[in-house]
Write a protein that binds this ligand. Structure first.
Ligand code: SF4
Length: 235
């Protein structure tokens, strides 16, 4: 008797269709190579970015580096000074405390706020290393390895992305970010690169800000309705 090969997960083809439908609706969203920042910059942007628009968090992160010159100098700054520079953020005080605690933890492990060693280890191990830092969970660890100059295949999953995957039935209804990541990574189309995953996430974010909003889903006009469990079916 010959062994049966496992059937392919239907979510892989659905995700391919999702990507095609989103590109058809919103156009390509490709992060240019010169917009990829260092792993340290990307980590800081994630640490200060709670419930704040990306453009503001980017500006705050640039301000920190421009003011202190190095991430080690940021680690040495007083929390009150950091909070003042993070005034654009939704939670400046919390962001400042979280940032300093994490940067000091990196220095305790690496002697400097320097993540260059991540380039030499494989993606899952790099994410585990990051998630052992205070304040770093799956969204930030994936963001650091995927959207920085590391450019690794890892899916960043924030609130919009998670909600859409839940509504579509591609992950369990109450799956948190880590569960979503663990469900989706094994079924992503194998031909997708790290840049494709980044684009997929950015496109889903656009859908979450337009059609699939938290309280008001515009299912009749949504480009993903054919593959969505929540979308009302026609007569
Ligand atoms: S069909 Fe509705 S619930 Fe499904 S992804 Fe689109 S807007 Fe969201």
């Amino acid at each position: 008797m010959t062994a049966q090969l496992p059937l392919p997960d239907p979510r892989t083809d659905i995700l391919r269709r999702v990507q095609a439908a989103l590109v058809a609706r919103f156009g390509r969203v490709v992060r240019p190579a010169d917009k990829r920042r260092s792993p340290e910059w990307t980590l800081v942007q994630g640490l200060v970015g709670a419930q704040t628009k990306t453009a503001r968090s980017n500006a705050s992160t640039d301000t920190l580096l421009a003011t202190y010159g190095t991430w080690d100098a940021v680690a040495d700054a007083e929390v009150e000074q950091l909070a003042a520079l993070l005034h654009l953020q939704t939670f400046p005080d919390m962001s400042a405390r979280r940032l300093k605690t994490c940067l000091l933890a990196i220095r305790a492990r690496c002697r400097a706020v320097d993540l260059s060693q991540l380039a030499a280890i494989e993606t899952a191990a790099a994410m585990d290393w990051l998630e052992a830092l205070p304040g770093v969970a799956r969204k930030i660890s994936a963001q650091v390895v995927n959207t920085s100059t590391l450019d690794r295949p890892a899916m960043v999953i924030e609130g919009h992305h998670r909600r859409i995957m839940q509504r579509m039935g591609l992950v369990p209804p109450r799956a948190d970010t880590t569960r979503c990541y663990d469900e989706l990574m094994p079924v992503l189309p194998p031909e997708w690169s790290g840049a494709d995953m980044d684009e997929h996430h950015l496109l889903l974010k656009q859908l979450g800000q337009s059609f699939c909003r938290p309280r008001q889903a515009d299912c009749p006009a949504c480009p993903l309705r054919a593959d969505c469990q929540v979308a009302p079916r026609g007569p």
